[in-house]
Ligand binder design. Structure first.
Ligand SMILES: Cc1cc2nc3c(=O)[nH]c(=O)nc-3n(C[C@H](O)[C@H](O)[C@H](O)COP(=O)(O)OP(=O)(O)OC[C@H]3O[C@@H](n4cnc5c(N)ncnc54)[C@H](O)[C@@H]3O)c2cc1C
Length: 406
C-alpha cells in the first residue's frame, strides 16, 4: 500500500520509477486489512491509562491483546518504549502529530482519487463505535474531546433505537455509541492497491517481482541488490512494511519496528446487511463490508514475524461478532493473519534514513497504513523532489529512536 502509493505519487511528479516486491502487488498487510480510511483515529495506542488496562486484556489468551510466550523477551524493549510513549507529554505530542498526518492524508486521498479516477472503489458510510456500558462511553469522553479539538465530527448515541437507525441488527445490549460520519472505507483493500498499481504501470512505472537482498547507499545514489544482480538508483524508498528492519540493520540502523499481528475472517456475500463500519472498541475488533461480503477482525498479537499464526484468534473474534450481531451468518469464511508494522509511539517513520539522504524510509504505520498511505506518498514525493513539506516531519523522523540522532 505504502510502496505502491509512493510510486504513484513519484510517477505523477515525472520520475522514472521501479517497484520491487518479493511477493507481488498487495501481498502484505495491505491485502487483508479492514479497509478503513480511519481519519478520526488520532489517538495513539500508547495512551496515559494503557498500562493499567493492558494487564487485564492479557489474562484472556484469545482477548484483544496477547503476547506469544515464545516472544515475550524479544518484545520487551519495544514494550518499554511503548510505556514511555504513554507518558502524558509524549502522548500529547504523538496525538498532535497523528492529527496533522490525518488531515494531510485526507486531502492527499482526494488528490489520489482524482488522479486514478477511483471514486467507485470508495464507500462513504461512516463508522459506528460501540460501547458495552454507559460507563465505558463516559470513560472514552476525553478522547472524543481531543478529537473535537482536532476538528473531527461525531455524534454521540445513547439509545438502542438511535444505533439501530444507523445499523439495524446489533444486539439490544448495546445502547451507547459514537458515530463518525466522515470515516471512509475502500470496497476492498486488495482491489484498491491493485487499482493504483495498474494505473501506475499504465503510466510507465516498472514493476519487478524480486526480493531486495541489500541496500547500500553510496555516492549520489543507492545500490540495490536482488538475486538478479545489483543496480544503482538516484533514490530508494524503503516501504517493506514490517519487514523493513531487515534491510536497515546491515546499515547499522536498528529501529524499534515490531509487528502487531492482526487476525480476521472474511465472510461471503449475504453474511450480514452491513450499512456502516462497526467497531467494538473494548473488544478490539471491527466489522466492515468488503466487496459484497463482511470482514470481522482486529486484535493485537505480539509475536514477531516468524511464529505460526494462531487462527483460533480469528475464530474467537467471529464468535464474539455473532453474539453482538445475532443475524450474522458465520459460515463459509476465509481466515487471515497480517503483520501490522508498528512503532512504539504509533507514528510511522517517514523521512531520509539517518546519514543516508538518498534512502527515504516510509514504514511503521501500524493500524493506519491504508489511512495514511496517500499522505505518506505525497510526503515521499516532496522529499525526493527536495521540496518543503506541508507538515513538520520531525515527529516521524527515524532518528527519534536512535540515540544521538534525535
Ligand atoms: C487485521 C488488520 C486490520 C487492519 N485494518 C486497517 C484499516 O482498516 N485501515 C488502515 O489504515 N490500516 C489497517 N491495518 C494496517 C495496514 O494494513 C498496514 O498498516 C498497512 O497495510 C502497511 O502497509 P505497508 O505497505 O507498509 O506494508 P505491507 O502491506 O506489509 O507491504 C510490505 C511489502 O513489502 C514487501 N517486502 C518485504 N520485504 C521485501 C524485500 N526484502 N524485498 C522486496 N519486497 C519486500 C512485501 O512482500 C509486501 O508486499 C490493518 C492491519 C491488520 C493486520
Amino acid at each position: 500500500m505504502i510502496g505502491v502509493s509512493a510510486a504513484h505519487a513519484l510517477m505523477r511528479d515525472g520520475h522514472e520509477v521501479t517497484v520491487f516486491d518479493r511477493e507481488g502487488i498487495a501481498a502484505g498487510a495491505s491485502q487483508g486489512n479492514a479497509g478503513a480510511f480511519a481519519f478520526s483515529d488520532i489517538i495513539p495506542l500508547a495512551t496515559p491509562g494503557i498500562l493499567r488496562q493492558a494487564p487485564k486484556w492479557l489474562f484472556d489468551p484469545l482477548g484483544p491483546l496477547a503476547i506469544r510466550p515464545g516472544y515475550a523477551l524479544q518484545i520487551l524493549p519495544w514494550l518499554i518504549r511503548f510505556a514511555r510513549a504513554s507518558m502524558p507529554d509524549r502522548y500529547a505530542a504523538a496525538r498532535d502529530a497523528q492529527a496533522a498526518l490525518m488531515r494531510f492524508s485526507s486531502d492527499a486521498l482526494n488528490h489520489l482519487l482524482v488522479a486514478i479516477r477511483g471514486t467507485a472503489l470508495i464507500r462513504r458510510e461512516g463508522q459506528l463505535q460501540l460501547y458495552d456500558t454507559p460507563g465505558q462511553l463516559r470513560a472514552s469522553q476525553p478522547g472524543w474531546d481531543e478529537r473535537a479539538a482536532a476538528g473531527i465530527r461525531f455524534e454521540t448515541l445513547t439509545s438502542h433505537a438511535a444505533i439501530a437507525e444507523i445499523q439495524p441488527g446489533i444486539s439490544e445490549r448495546f445502547t451507547n455509541a459514537v458515530f463518525t460520519p466522515d470515516w471512509i472505507n475502500v470496497t476492498d483493500p486488495r482491489a484498491w492497491v491493485e487499482f493504483i498499481a495498474e494505473d501506475m504501470m499504465r503510466h510507465g512505472v516498472a514493476y519487478r517481482r524480486e526480493a531486495v537482498a541489500r541496500l547500500a547507499p553510496q555516492g549520489a545514489g543507492v545500490r540495490l541488490e536482488t538475486g538478479a544482480g545489483a543496480e544503482n538508483f538516484d533514490r530508494v524508498v524503503l516501504a517493506a512494511g514490517a519487514q523493513s528492519g531487515a534491510l536497515l540493520a546491515p546499515l547499522g540502523l536498528r529501529l524499534p519496528l515490531e509487528t502487531e499481528r492482526g487476525y480476521n475472517t472474511t465472510l461471503p456475500a449475504g453474511a450480514f446487511d452491513l450499512r456502516t463500519h462497526v467497531s467494538f472498541s473494548s473488544h478490539g475488533f471491527v466489522v466492515s463490508r468488503i466487496g459484497d461480503g463482511v470482514r470481522v477482525g482486529g486484535a493485537v498479537e505480539l509475536g514477531g514475524l516468524r511464529l505460526a499464526p494462531n487462527m483460533k484468534r480469528a475464530d474467537a473474534l467471529l464468535a464474539k461478532a455473532k453474539s453482538f450481531l445475532p443475524g450474522l451468518d458465520t459460515t463459509g469464511g476465509k481466515r487471515w493473519m497480517g503483520f501490522r508494522p508498528s512503532m512504539p509511539d504509533s507514528l510511522p517513520v517517514i523521512g531520509a534514513a539517518p546519514g543516508h539522504p538518498n534512502l527515504i524510509l516510509a514504514f511503521g504505520h501500524g493500524h493506519l497504513g491504508l489511512t495514511q498511505s496517500a499522505g505518506t506518498a505525497e510526503i515521499v514525493a516532496d522529499l525526493v523532489a527536495g521540496r518543503g513539506t506541508a507538515i513538520d516531519l520531525a515527529p516521524y523522523r527515524a532518528g527519534r529512536f536512535i540515540r544521538g540522532r534525535a
